[in-house]
Design a protein around this ligand. Structure first.
Ligand code: DAK
Length: 257
């Protein structure tokens, strides 16, 4: 069955997932997140796809998990079914992920953006974790990833007060990789993704894994991991090609091997 809450496209070597529930400001219900995960599975398997962009609409990246879907749930049910636990498949996606955020990125929408690797924001973007206002708390990485990405001060402020942070503040805080005019959001996201895609995908995927290690381990362990995967890249044809191309003053032709 074709997806009905998202649009999926491939532009060159870039996979695009556009959240598309305008009537609910892209609130992330189970069906939509299932479609996002299935799309990511497809892009993971597609050799020609090197990088994936997730975006929403001008008004909303996503205004959170779907509150109306979640309102009658009980603890035993959510626990036994691991309600929304499958969202972690986004964070576990191994190819680089770009979030192109315009408008509201709230609650689960903010957490979805936090799971991506490069976050490009339009000047209209607004980030927040307002779950406290509806009697719960962030549950898809908000307290953990935001604290690691921007530090305790901003994370506590956003989680406890529920206020929204505008795009400029989010950039200053280190949450946003690039801040752009609204009209530039999608072209800049495609351009950033293409810059990733033109490199050896073995090196890009190892780089992603290595940067993520920085948030999970000690500096000494992280440095050891980085050195080992760096050394491993010398076993690839792409390392030979990349360095030979540099020496010959020609563009490299990578095979992702
Ligand atoms: N869920 C369901 N519907 C939503 C929604 C949401 N999060 N956000 C907006 N909508 C719907 C509204 O109900 C409205 O629908 P109708 O009433 O017209 O049918 C429509 O979208 C337009 O919204 P508004 O009329 O409210 O538009 P405004 O411009 O006045 O306000 C707003 C925009 C974004 C400020 C407002 O809609 C708002 O405050 N929305 C809720 C934001 C929020 O609280 N988000 C956090 C939700 S809780 C987990 C994973 C994730 C989560 C938890 C666990 N695990 C993996 C365990 C995440 C939890 C959350 O995200």
């Amino acid at each position: 069955m074709p997806p009905c809450h998202i649009r999926i496209e491939t532009r060159g070597r870039i996979g695009w997932i556009t959240l598309n529930r305008p009537e609910a400001l892209n609130a992330l219900n189970t069906a939509m997140m299932g479609e996002v995960c299935a799309a990511l599975d497809g892009f993971a398997a597609a050799r020609e796809v090197a990088c994936v962009v997730i975006t929403g609409s001008e008004r909303a990246f996503a205004a959170g998990a779907d509150i109306k879907e979640a309102m009658d749930r009980t603890f035993p049910g959510t626990f036994m079914e691991d309600f929304l636990g499958f969202w972690e498949r986004v964070a576990g996606f191994r190819k680089p992920l770009v979030a192109a955020v315009s408008g509201y990125a709230l609650g689960g929408g903010c957490e979805l953006a936090l799971m991506c690797d490069i976050l490009i924001a339009s000047e209209t973007a607004r980030f927040g974790l307002p779950e406290g206002k509806i009697g719960v708390m962030p549950g898809a990485g908000g307290t953990q990833r935001l604290a690691r990405w921007v530090g305790k001060a901003k994370a506590m402020d956003l989680c406890l007060t529920g206020r929204m942070m505008d795009a400029a503040e989010a950039e200053r805080a280190g949450l946003v990789s690039r801040l752009v005019a609204p009209a530039d959001l999608l072209p800049v996201a495609q351009e950033a993704a293409e810059a990733v895609a033109e490199k050896s995908q073995v090196a890009m995927m190892m780089t992603k894994e290595s940067v993520n290690r920085a948030f999970e381990t000690s500096l000494a362990e992280g440095l050891r991991f980085e050195r080992r995967v760096f050394q491993a890249l010398f076993a690839t044809r792409d390392q030979k090609e990349g360095m030979a191309a540099f020496a010959a003053r020609r563009p490299p032709i990578f095979e992702d091997r």
